[in-house]
Design a protein around this ligand. Structure first.
Ligand code: GAR
Length: 202
């Protein structure tokens, strides 16, 4: 069986991309990160890709007339690279229906809260402002909603009294850096079974 090929989409720092690059390098999963795409030309994730000799591409929403046309370009680029799995790792745009249709079941997203709580762009800040005592990290298959897809894995963490957003974010990232590679490993090994909303790991 040939090694699986992974594309990672990022919008910013890309610390989770780095966790995936390091995991692939260490042989934690039997797959290669072969493509990194960003909607943001200033994303540090692009530097990380360059350093790891991974092909990277900037696809800016502002260069396209509509979201649908932008996503068509994304689909084209991903298909040109013969990709088995698309990972959204801090990719801050919502995918169009065509994008989700094109990759359903092999498109996963990382989110910094225990979904369905605190979906959206600021999962960490929203949990803090709400006064939640527990939050966490979710890895899920992407469906047509915003952060609503079938959950692959979750890990909870306690929010301490008076905890700062920076401190909580640091703890969340630490969890993300092990949970996302684990979900990718299970996907690559064919251990994830998706049936309706339910994902079983076997
Ligand atoms: C991560 O915390 C990820 O969960 C979050 O963006 C951060 C990216 O960090 N994603 C979302 O909020 C998606 N809605 P990174 O660029 O250092 O990997």
């Amino acid at each position: 069986m040939s090694r699986k090929r992974i594309a990672v989409l990022v919008s910013g720092s890309g610390s989770n991309l780095q966790a995936l690059i390091d995991s692939a390098k260490e042989g934690y999963f039997d797959a290669d990160i072969v493509l990194v795409i960003s909607n943001n030309s200033n994303a540090f994730g692009l530097e990380r890709a360059k350093k790891a000799n991974i092909v990277s591409k900037v696809v800016s929403l502002s260069d396209f007339e509509s979201r649908e046309i932008y996503d068509k370009e994304l689909i084209k680029v991903i298909n040109e690279h013969d990709i088995d799995l698309v990972v959204l790792a801090g990719y801050m745009l919502i995918c169009s229906e065509a994008f989700v249709d094109g990759f359903y079941g092999r498109l996963i997203n990382l989110h910094p809260s225990l979904l369905p709580s605190f979906a959206g762009a600021d999962g960490i800040g929203d949990a803090l402002n709400y006064g939640a005592k527990i939050t966490g990290v979710t890895v899920h298959f992407v469906d047509k909603g915003c952060d609503t897809g079938p959950v692959i894995m979750q890990e909870a963490i306690e929010i301490k009294e008076g905890e700062s957003k920076e401190n909580l974010a640091e703890k969340i990232h630490k969890i993300e850096h092990k949970l996302l590679p684990k979900a990718v490993k299970y996907f690559v090994e064919g251990k994830l079974k998706l049936e309706g909303r339910k994902v079983s790991v076997f």
